[in-house]
Write a protein that binds this ligand. Structure first.
Ligand code: SAM
Length: 250
């Protein structure tokens, strides 16, 4: 999917603090729900992007983290942060494909994925990544979820077009159980973290890019696509959001 994106997309999606909504407080809140981990837990961060959550996980766990992503520039950005934060002995950035994770069964105590499991699909990801877990292992993911059932037509149409697989919290909990996990807890990512770490930095870029690329149709299409996405969230953030699902294998 990443190969099909227009080139201009990467002008927006480079150098951002995150590649999806999230914040360190929520990463911490979810991590603190994981009990009886080994002293140095082995963690796989799938679709790590620039790795804000990877760095936080490294500080929280002091374990061994594999940060996996498909897109090399994100791994380069993460490598720089790892050096600055002196975490080279904790985090190993790895270029890899979440559809075909090349680690043997039972390799990790925790599989983590913020805002990225949608790429493989919530259900398929939970089912395929399960084998990677050691005994009593955990999976923690954040996933776009309907927060209400009475959504107006405009947002219903937009979101189901952009992400047809979106489900409600109750439906996702059923998927969790069906996939062989116990749900320890779930919570909604605060709206503020969409703005502070994702949409805010994107909006800041859009205004200058708009002035520079106003004569380029493809660029303007990508800009408009982002503006619509952001406007939808500004209007309808009560209706959908990212939900953290904290799970343990049965
Ligand atoms: C929405 S971003 C989330 C990034 C990061 N977890 C965050 O919250 O900032 C999704 C990430 O998945 C990565 N990705 C897309 N397809 C992938 C694949 N097949 N295998 C591994 N990573 C992939 C993208 O490069 C991107 O970094």
């Amino acid at each position: 999917m990443i190969d099909n994106l227009p080139k201009f997309f990467w002008k927006i999606h480079s150098g951002l603090p995150r590649e999806g909504p999230g914040d360190n407080e929520s990463t911490r809140k979810a991590y603190e729900m994981l009990k009886n981990l080994p002293e140095k837990p082995r963690i796989l961060d799938v679709g790590c992007g620039p790795g804000m959550q990877t760095i936080e996980l490294a500080k929280l766990s002091r374990g061994q983290i594999v940060a996996l992503d498909f897109h090399k520039p994100f791994l380069e950005q993460l490598k720089e942060t790892i050096q600055e934060e002196e975490l080279t002995d904790i985090i190993k950035p790895v270029k890899g494909d979440m559809f075909n994770i090349e680690y043997s069964d039972g390799s990790f105590n925790v599989v983590w994925s913020e805002g990225a499991i949608y790429i493989i699909g919530f259900e398929k990801g939970l089912q395929e990544w399960r084998r990677l877990l050691a005994s009593k292992g955990y999976v923690v993911v954040s996933e776009l979820t309907w927060l209400r059932h009475d959504m107006p037509e405009e947002v219903n149409e937009y979101i189901t077009h952009e992400y047809p697989a979106i489900k409600t919290l109750e439906e996702n909990i059923e998927v969790v159980q069906k996939s062989g996990y116990r749900l320890l807890d779930s919570f909604v990512l605060p709206v503020k973290s969409w703005w502070d770490n994702y949409y805010g930095p994107i909006e800041a870029k859009l205004s200058s890019l708009k002035a520079r690329y106003s004569d380029y149709e493809e660029a303007m299409q990508v800009i408009t696509m982002h503006e619509i996405e952001i406007e939808m969230f500004r209007k309808y953030s009560d209706y959908y959001g990212y939900v953290f699902y904290v799970m343990q294998i049965e």
